[in-house]
Design a protein around this ligand. Structure first.
Ligand SMILES: [Zn+2]
Length: 75
């Protein structure tokens, strides 16, 4: 993905820990994978991360500079 910084600048940071940084998409930015607006972006800081999923989600995944990016879509 080319415009990661630009994408993230449109999003609202919600949570950060050692493994992930969570951004909320409050302005209906289109997912770069499926081009539908996504709900949250989870930027993984490590190449391996376990995520606990609390609700059913569709997830699009891409990689930016070796770090997985997960775009979540609620049903
Ligand atoms: Zn998507």
């Amino acid at each position: 993905m080319e415009d990661f910084e630009q994408l993230v600048s449109s999003l609202t940071p919600r949570e950060e820990n050692d493994e992930i940084k969570l951004y909320q998409n409050t302005v209906s930015v289109a997912c770069p994978v499926c081009e539908e607006p996504f709900d949250d972006l989870v930027a993984c800081k490590k190449t391996e991360t376990s995520l606990e999923q609390i609700e059913p989600l569709d997830i699009c995944v891409t990689v930016h500079e070796g770090s997985p990016l997960l775009f979540t879509h609620k049903h």
